[in-house]
Design a protein around this ligand. Sequence first.
Ligand SMILES: NC(=O)c1ccc[n+]([C@@H]2O[C@H](COP(=O)([O-])OP(=O)(O)OC[C@H]3O[C@@H](n4cnc5c(N)ncnc54)[C@H](OP(=O)(O)O)[C@@H]3O)[C@@H](O)[C@H]2O)c1
Length: 184
Amino acid sequence: MSDGPRGGLAPSRPIAIVLVAAVAENGVIGRDNALPWRLKSDLRRLRARTWGKPIVMGRKTFQSVGRPLPGRTNIVVTRDRDFSASGVVVAPDLRTALETARGDALRRGADAIAIMGGAAIYAETLPIADRLDLTLVKGCPEGNVRFPSIDPQTWREVERSEHKAEAGDAVDFAFITYERVARD
Ligand SMILES: NC(=O)c1ccc[n+]([C@@H]2O[C@H](COP(=O)([O-])OP(=O)(O)OC[C@H]3O[C@@H](n4cnc5c(N)ncnc54)[C@H](OP(=O)(O)O)[C@@H]3O)[C@@H](O)[C@H]2O)c1
């Protein structure tokens, strides 16, 4: 088995590690363990992008969502050995979470593992991610957690679509996909 968070995950076929996040123009992704905006279009996109895939999230994000998301294997990372919640797989570290996710993706025939945050988990997985599926939320809300900075030497924008707020959206937004051009 090799070292690192991908250790033991030598791909028989590629399974991408994809960070899925909604990020405001100032980098904010959350406030007081909740989302600082109401954006139904983003929730719809999140569902479509992650359906049928393993999703990995930190314990705080799981508690913020409040329930396992249906149609996906929910893997929650926590150092709390006593943590349990119905309908989720609990992992004691990121490496275990990714190994579990990879096994699940192979069983499901899924082509990606979706990393669903929050800030701590995004920061830890950005160095090994293959793709970033971001919703750029227009505006600069106050918040206490941010997405890590996206180095243009490492990440190339490959897709962008601009959208006006629709019913259930508080603000305009853009869907942006980045692909890795270089390892950090
Ligand atoms: N805008 C978005 O797309 C988006 C997406 C997701 C979340 N969010 C927001 O982000 C905020 C939550 O983010 P956060 O950074 O505070 O928390 P988080 O990343 O969701 O969870 C952090 C927790 O995960 C566990 N953890 C992290 N790294 C670990 C590791 N290497 N090994 C084992 N456990 C590990 C720890 O849990 P224990 O303390 O239990 O050990 C840690 O306290 C909320 O405001 C939420 O709404 C926004």
